[in-house]
Design a protein around this ligand. Structure first.
Ligand code: AMP
Length: 536
């Protein structure tokens, strides 16, 4: 008969993370780009104080534990304060993706039953357009001072965040409750049907945040300065706003300025050592750095995920700029990173090409998360690095059911991800495609990610995307979209010959479409659904 352990049972709560940061790292800096331009800086202790003030504001507005507070906001210090104040009070922080269609925003705000919505002034036009259709929202709070808020027109129940916060007491006793209580809510972007809500618990976020600090992940400590470009409105910015408070790393929040030049300038001026974002952001950053022949003075590591990191980009970061790439995989349903690739010791000094090959895969599971593959009949598939199947995931911070969802999405206790992957005997996972993006030609699968990767190795290619289009003979054939680098010349035959020299003949598309830009979704991912609408 197992015996009970004799340890204290204290709940894992986000208020505990905030209190830890204030007590241990009170003087560590948060630097934040204001929506209207200038940089703002203060400390973890200041942030904790303002979070207590905001908690008092929410209470004064009549909100109670369990109520939902929405945000339509960039990565900035006020949004950070809200992360802690809302969840710490036992309420739910609902981060909304501002790039959703207005109808979808209305849907999620009403579905989540937001009582208050915090928004950045840049999103005032959106708020103006949707406010009348969100009847439960009793206050729209502009994340700014009185002056910038006064400039806004046509928004009902409008308040200036700074005015509310500055008038409130900075004394607040964080309540204690069950660690399984809901802390945050994020809706999946849902290319079909309505978005689905993923409700994160305090326990899930705290465990995930602690894990993010591990050396093999983000390695967060007071020696590091981290810049999350990944938005705070999407999967909790991979839990970095929480993890940095656990580990004590200086936090740099870029606000609305996400172009290559602005990010580079911020990285250099604030001594950023680690950054995190999707590949398209890094493409723009490296284009700027290359064009102006710059170097990274302090940046040592970049965590990348959200979509597959092209091998050509990995090579450039590692070999040209000596920035280590950590390629991870996760989804809204997994709270933050679920797998991460970090070079094993044997490869650390190995040949560059082998390093790039390794890091182009999505890595191994972090402790607390398990993955497996199943075939079309739900049968487990061997971990041989070859056989591909649907990736299934489970763990301490993986979704068990959608908010107000009627049916459990789980299959035998596992969450089906909709990703097609391989896993090798050593546990290394490689995403091959989304189930819906898979190209099946003459009964064989082509990985669109692999084809895109190869196209991106061509020096004239800035961006590449591959979709499957119907074909009377083969069922489907790949169609390649290319965005050329500025002032580069490239014609169809040249890129097709290039592909033919690198992949099997039957993988080479018959057709290439050149575009000025690829459609990007709210989180910077290429929207293949849009390409399909236009070109299938
Ligand atoms: P979302 O929930 O919107 O963040 O989307 C999650 C999806 O993004 C996953 O199911 C994958 O299809 C994709 N994804 C995330 N990280 C990667 C990665 N490193 N490589 C390829 N696809 C990725």
């Amino acid at each position: 008969m197992p015996q009970a352990g004799l340890m204290m049972e204290l709940p894992l709560l986000l208020s505990g993370v905030l209190q830890h940061a204030e007590a241990q790292f009170g003087q560590v800096e948060v630097v934040s780009r204001e929506t209207h331009g200038p940089l703002f800086r203060y400390t973890y202790a200041d942030c904790a104080q303002r979070a207590r003030q905001l908690a008092n504001v929410l209470q004064a507005l009549g909100l109670q534990a369990g109520d939902v507070v929405g945000s339509i906001a960039w990565n900035n210090h006020r949004h950070l304060e809200a992360y802690y104040a809302v969840s710490g009070s036992g309420m739910v922080m609902h981060t909304c993706n501002p790039r959703l269609h207005p109808d979808q925003l209305i849907y999620i705000i009403n579905h989540a039953e937001d009582r208050v919505v915090l928004f950045d002034a840049s999103f005032a036009p959106i708020v103006k357009a949707i406010a009348a259709k969100c009847p439960r929202v009793m206050a729209w709070v502009c994340l700014s001072d009185a002056t910038h808020t006064a400039a806004l027109e046509g928004i009902p129940h409008l308040h200036a965040y700074d005015t509310l916060v500055e008038q409130a007491s900075d004394q607040f006793e964080w309540p204690t409750f069950d660690e399984r209580t809901a802390a945050a809510l994020c809706y999946t972007s849902g290319t079909t049907g309505n978005p689905k809500g993923v409700m994160y618990s305090h326990r899930a976020i705290v465990l995930s945040a602690i894990t993010c600090c591990m050396p093999g992940l983000l390695n967060l400590s007071p020696h590091e300065t981290i810049l999350p470009v990944v938005p705070m409105f999407h999967i909790n910015a991979w839990c970095i706003p929480y993890a940095s408070f656990v580990g004590g790393a200086k936090l740099v929040l870029p606000g609305p300025k996400l172009d290559g030049a602005s990010l580079y300038e911020l990285m250099e001026s604030e001594g950023v050592t680690i950054s995190a974002g999707v590949p398209t952001i890094w493409q723009a950053l490296l284009a700027h750095v290359e064009q102006h022949q710059l170097r990274f003075r302090t940046m040592r590591r970049t965590a990348v995920g959200g979509s597959a990191m092209p091998k050509a980009l990995i090579a450039k970061f590692m070999d040209t700029y000596q920035v280590e790439v950590r390629h991870g995989w996760g989804m809204t349903e997994t709270t933050a990173v679920a797998t991460i690739g970090t070079l094993p010791p044997a490869l650390s000094h190995g040949p560059a090409a082998a390093q790039h090959d390794y890091l182009a895969k999505q890595g191994k599971t972090v402790h607390g998360v398990s993955i497996k593959l199943v075939d079309e009949n739900g049968q487990d598939i061997p971990r041989d690095g070859q056989t591909q199947g649907e990736l299934m995931v489970r763990g301490h911070w993986i979704l068990s059911g959608y908010y107000k969802g009627e049916k459990s999405p789980l299959v035998n206790g596992w969450f089906p991800t909709g990703d097609i992957a391989t896993i090798d005997a050593d546990g290394l996972m490689n995403i091959r495609d989304r189930v819906k993006d898979v190209i099946k030609t003459g009964g064989e699968w082509i990985s669109s990610i692999d084809l895109e990767n190869v196209a991106l190795e061509h020096p004239a290619v800035a961006m590449a995307a591959v979709i499957g289009v119907e074909d009377p003979k083969w069922g489907e054939r790949p169609l390649l979209f290319i965005v050329r680098k500025p002032s580069a010349s490239l014609e169809s035959q040249e890129i097709l010959d290039f592909l033919a020299s690198k992949v099997a003949k039957w993988w080479v598309p018959e057709r290439v479409v050149f575009l000025d830009a690829l459609p990007l979704g709210g989180t910077g991912k290429i929207q293949k659904s849009e390409l399909r609408k236009l070109h299938s």
